[in-house]
Write a protein that binds this ligand. Structure first.
Ligand SMILES: C=C(O[C@@H]1C=C(C(=O)O)C=C[C@H]1O)C(=O)O
Length: 430
């Protein structure tokens, strides 16, 4: 695939200005109802990006890394808050899970205006020629609810999917591979074009502990952070091993204890941690990998979680590290290449940007790249339809029916945000 620059600065240098601003309120309120915009928000912190100063469509993280280096060189940045994490010009991206086997392009976009918040620090960055006004843009019109959303099925039926999980379990028991993450999709269609801001608002409200993202038609709320690079420190939150409440009223503490003791989930988790630790090691002067995972509780599911930290040199930017870490065994499997082959052969699904890195990087190589889970993609030629995805790690002890139920639990946030009853994927009573 050919890398393509859609919009570029040309030979002229680009000016950027960053100013401190007063608390602008919820960042997502600034998202416009049309035109390019991006968001990456967790617990009220993060940013929204409005407009597009430059855009790069590509197939690899490596190409995006080189492009952003070149673009960064052309930007003269004037800042009231130099060195403050997240401030200044940024590139926001969403990358395909497997560029060799996807029809989808990866995209890196440079917003014209960024409004951000980290702790008590609020800022706005503007790029381009118009710096006369550093007034805040006006808030966007109210988000519109999906009109008559209905589930219209996925690439394969649930029976086919569970049969494939069974086949993979056999491969694992025959020692051909150790772990494979299998995903399925579900398409939801409405009568009018979907307003992704509506979905985002609900995800931000109901899943504040996740990274909610909106990039080029991809929207969701992921609990998994591939990496954060802040100065010389890199952090990765690895998730794998999942339980959920099958019945209302199930005791969450008991569920958490069951998860922490489950050998099946611990083994699934260990593959994921090893893949991230091994990929990060060559870039780190020092690294800390906790011995045992903790339990991360979300409203729909609980995960085994390990936060890996490391010290990296200035040459290892966030995009370079994302390229090294993706795809981890949390979303692919072990060994990676074998798992990739099995996924492409058996899954019968173009994952597109699902399970790929989604996030941002700045001109110093700092940034955050999450894994695009618990979300869906709207494509420009089908604005009324969103394709949702969910996967589950398959290991030797996996039961296909249980893995199917796990993917169902992972679809809950998006179905609820779309106004559907997760149990039936039909419109929920208002
Ligand atoms: C693949 C997904 O989630 C991943 C798989 C998990 C598991 O198998 O237990 C847990 C968290 C994620 O790393 C998904 O949400 O689609």
């Amino acid at each position: 695939m050919l890398a393509k620059v859609i919009l570029d600065f040309g030979s002229a240098r680009m000016r950027a200005t960053t100013v401190a601003i007063d608390d602008p309120g919820p960042l997502e309120r600034f998202l416009p109802d049309s035109g390019p915009s991006t968001a990456f928000i967790r617990k009220g912190e993060g940013f929204v990006g409005l407009g597009e100063a430059a855009r790069f469509e590509t197939d690899t993280l490596e190409a995006a890394d080189v492009w952003w280096d070149e673009i960064s060189e052309q930007i003269d940045h004037d800042s009231e808050m130099p060195g403050e994490f997240g401030t200044g010009p940024i590139a926001v991206g969403s990358f395909t899970f497997d560029p060799d086997r996807s029809e989808e392009r990866s995209v890196l976009t440079v917003p014209q205006t960024v409004i951000g918040r980290r702790g008590d620090v609020f800022w706005m960055t503007k790029l381009g020629s118009d710096h006369n006004s550093m007034d805040l843009p006006s808030r966007g019109a109210a988000a519109l609810a999906p009109v008559n959303p209905v589930a219209v099925g996925g690439a394969m039926g649930e029976d086919v999917w569970t049969r494939i999980v069974g086949e993979v379990v056999s491969l694992i028991r025959n020692d051909e591979v150790s772990k494979v993450v299998l995903a399925r999709d579900l398409r939801i269609r409405a009568d009018e074009p979907l307003d992704l801001r509506w979905i985002l608002d609900r995800l931000i409200r109901d899943y504040p502990m996740t990274w909610t993202y909106l990039v080029d038609g991809m929207a969701g709320a992921t609990p998994e952070l591939l990496l954060r690079r802040q100065g010389g420190l890199v952090t990765s939150r690895v998730l794998a091993g999942t339980v959920w409440r099958e019945a209302e009223g199930a005791d969450p503490l008991q569920l958490a204890a069951e998860l922490a003791r489950s050998q099946k989930d611990i083994s699934e988790h260990e593959f994921a941690v090893a893949s991230v630790a091994d990929a990060l090691a060559p870039y780190c002067q020092a690294m800390n990998v906790p011995d045992a995972p903790s339990v991360l509780k979300l409203p729909n599911v609980m995960h085994l979680a390990t936060d890996i930290t490391g010290v990296v040199g200035p040459e290892s930017g966030a995009l370079t590290l994302a390229a090294a870490l993706h795809p981890s065994a949390a979303v692919c499997g072990t060994p990676t290449h074998l798992a990739l082959d099995i996924i492409s052969e058996l899954e019968s699904l173009d994952r597109g940007r699902y399970a790929g890195p989604v996030g941002w990087t700045d001109m110093d190589g700092d940034g955050e790249w999450a894994i695009a889970l618990r979300g869906g993609q709207v494509r420009p030629h089908h604005p009324q339809e969103i394709q949702l995805f969910a996967g589950a790690g398959v290991v030797a002890d996996s039961d296909p029916e249980v893995e199917l139920a796990e993917t169902g639990a992972k679809l809950v946030p998006m179905l609820q945000a779309l106004g559907l009853d997760p149990a039936t994927a039909t419109p929920a009573p208002r």
